[in-house]
Design a protein around this ligand. Structure first.
Ligand SMILES: *Cc1c(COP(=O)(O)O)cnc(C)c1O
Length: 393
């Protein structure tokens, strides 16, 4: 058989990521590939750092995109900050906290788990208690925006508690960056990683990270070598570092970086505050429609993420069948439940470029139709009106 060029369909991506990529980003990625040490490329990298510092709200010099997806940003934080024998408190309230535990253990660290219910924020009191019981802990790690459940934790407070016990804080901001308030310097975050495919609406495959000066010093003064050659920041800095001449470490994903550059320019044009406000407004409109239909949110109101809406699947409904019809008849992708929530919830993303009134209304009308077809116990014909009222307000 002759394999022909691959032409994916045009979908609307309202799941947990990737989100819809802006056409401007896709166009930027199709520009000519140049050398990764070309002076023109190097000045683009310098601009990228400025743009990323803005997105993270930080002056950290060590701010750059890791050349791999969010999971690699996670791993970069753990392999650089954890040495064999180090105790790390990991707050888990969903799937991604479990991956942090894996990372700690694979670097030879000792993970002390602080468990919270899935669908709830991390409880600061539980972290305090764990730190009292483990005075030798060196690092605290938690997920700011748990994409598996739609819960948002109070990063500022959790970092403060970590510092009261002389621990560094590693924060997962893969889903929060660009979508919900995040202030790296004001909240004194020591190490943070994110992703390009959630609220930045860029293609998957890059992971913006940022490390404070103090953290950078710690990495320089490690007793042991970082176990990963590729992720050793002492080496990566030879390429991404500011002052010195750039040295070859690995070939940067040139065109992917054009895309991220454009995504960050779009964010800068809109303004961070406006982007956060847009995510909130569209979330409230979607919520009004879903609740009018009689669907229930998993996460209590005060702990909800605007960019990831987890709702319970009504009794007796085959959740996978509903998603399959949405995809085939509406070209609309929403997310399934992950881990302990598999089969029980849908996750509707309103991330980045995809967080817009048109998608809110499309999703609600599509759900109204498809849930009606599968005879789910919902109130029909009311969701769009409820959402429109919010959008107008
Ligand atoms: C998506 C996600 C990741 C992993 O990012 P990838 O780009 O899929 O590797 C990590 N943490 C959270 C909270 C996420 O939502």
């Amino acid at each position: 058989m002759t394999v022909k060029s691959f032409h994916p369909p045009q979908r609307v991506l309202m799941g947990p990521g990737p989100s819809d990529v802006s056409p401007r980003v896709l166009e930027a990625m199709s520009r000519p590939t140049i050398g990764h040490l070309d002076p023109v490329f190097v000045s683009m990298m310098d601009e990228m750092k400025v743009l990323l510092k803005y997105a993270f709200q930080t002056e950290n010099e060590l701010t750059m995109p890791v050349s791999a997806p969010g999971s690699a940003g996670m791993e970069t934080c753990f392999v650089n900050l954890v040495e064999p024998g180090d105790k790390v408190i990991v707050c888990q309230n969903g799937v991604f906290g479990g991956r942090m535990k894996e990372n700690v253990e694979r670097t030879g660290g000792i993970a002390v788990m602080v468990q919270d219910d899935w669908g709830r924020a991390v409880d600061p009191q539980k972290l305090k208690d764990a730190l009292k019981a483990n005075s030798d802990a060196k690092v605290v790690a938690f997920v700011h925006a748990e994409t598996s459940t739609g819960a948002q934790s109070d990063a500022k407070t959790l970092v403060e508690i970590a510092h009261q016990h002389d621990c560094l804080a590693i924060v997962d901001a893969v889903t929060s960056l660009g979508g919900t308030p995040l202030k790296v310097d004001e909240w004194n975050i020591d190490a943070i990683y994110s992703g390009t495919q959630k609220c930045l609406s860029c293609t998957p495959g890059l992971s913006p990270v940022s490390f404070s000066k103090n953290t950078q010093e710690k990495i320089k003064n490690r007793k042991t070598k970082v176990q990963s050659w590729f992720m050793d920041l002492n080496l990566v800095m030879g390429y991404w570092g500011g002052a010195t001449k750039r040295a070859y470490h690995h070939t940067a994903p040139i065109n992917a970086l054009y895309g991220l550059h454009e995504a960050l320019v779009i964010l800068q044009e809109e303004g961070l505050q406006n982007s956060w406000a847009r995510h909130q407004k569209n979330h409230l409109a979607l919520r009004a429609g879903l609740e009018a239909m009689g669907l229930n949110f998993v996460v209590p109101e005060a702990e909800r993420l605007p960019q990831l809406n987890a709702i319970s699947v009504p009794d007796g409904v085959d959740e996978a069948a509903v998603r399959a019809i949405l995809l085939s008849d509406y070209q609309l992708e929403i997310g399934a439940g992950l881990g302990a929530m598999a089969g029980k919830v849908w996750r509707i993303g309103l991330m980045g470029h995809a967080s817009n009134p048109r998608n809110v209304l499309l999703c609600l009308s599509a759900l109204d139709d498809v849930l009606g077809r599968v005879k789910a116990p919902i109130k029909r014909g009311v969701a769009v009106d409820a959402a429109n009222k919010k959008l107008a307000g």
